[in-house]
Design a protein around this ligand. Structure first.
Ligand SMILES: C[S@@+](CC[C@H](N)C(=O)[O-])C[C@H]1O[C@@H](n2cnc3c(N)ncnc32)[C@H](O)[C@@H]1O
Length: 201
């Protein structure tokens, strides 16, 4: 898959200097969770074939693009950052797929009309993780399946997760791709009855 990324000659710092609302360009990098989830979808297309999916916190759009390449009926890519929405548009074009962009925070509303929610690397901050977990619970209650890709970050809701696959690979910012992390894909479900962490690492 071809993605437009930040690099020494990408001109990102010039763009940032011109816009005081520029923020943190998460959309300009690969993240371990998104890489794992995209790989998992491309290797197991039946997960998305003919289904409507929401890529929550889409960043570059890597997960939504993988879903469309694998045969999803529709992929909504949601991100609060306007630059992410622009990047998703470019990356979708580069990969020959159409993505439905949504600029905003889906967790602030009831779950949308989709079959599957895909979450790539969104558990890096405590309050965001809590908010996302509540939203994902609402998705489950609406019979929407949820898959998460994550390199075991601190605020992952581990008692809700079933490990589906491991994809050793680089984490965020490791442009040289030297360090191999345990990037994983999980399904999100009800809290396990014994309340214990189901997985160790
Ligand atoms: C760590 S990046 C992951 C990007 C992508 N999923 C991946 O794995 O490469 C997190 C992204 O989520 C976006 N984000 C954070 N909170 C959000 C929210 N409440 N609603 C939508 N997007 C959000 C950020 O702007 C950022 O682009």
């Amino acid at each position: 898959m071809l993605l437009h990324h930040a690099g020494p000659r990408s001109g990102l710092s010039r763009l940032a200097e011109r816009d005081e609302d520029f923020g943190t360009p998460y959309w300009a990098y690969d993240w371990g969770g998104g890489l794992a989830l995209a790989r998992h979808i491309l290797d197991n297309p039946e997960i998305v074939v003919g289904r409507r999916v929401l890529d929550l916190g889409a960043g570059s759009g890597i997960v939504a693009i993988a879903a469309m390449r694998a045969g999803a009926e529709e992929a909504i890519a949601a991100d609060t950052d306007p630059y992410a929405i622009a990047a998703i548009d470019l990356n979708a074009s580069a990969n020959g797929v159409a993505i439905v962009p949504f600029r905003g925070d889906p967790t602030a509303a009831p779950p949308p009309a989709v079959d599957l929610v895909l979450v790539g690397d969104l558990f890096y901050d405590r309050s965001l993780a809590e908010r996302v977990t509540i939203f994902l619970e609402q998705c489950l209650a609406s019979n929407i399946e949820v898959l998460i890709g994550d390199p075991w970050r601190a605020f992952l809701p581990r008692t809700r997760l079933q490990l589906l696959a491991d994809y050793p690979g680089p984490d965020f910012g490791d442009i040289n791709r030297f360090e191999q992390r345990k990037n994983a894909v999980f399904s999100f479900g009800p809290v396990r009855r014994n309340g214990r962490q189901p997985l160790s690492f």
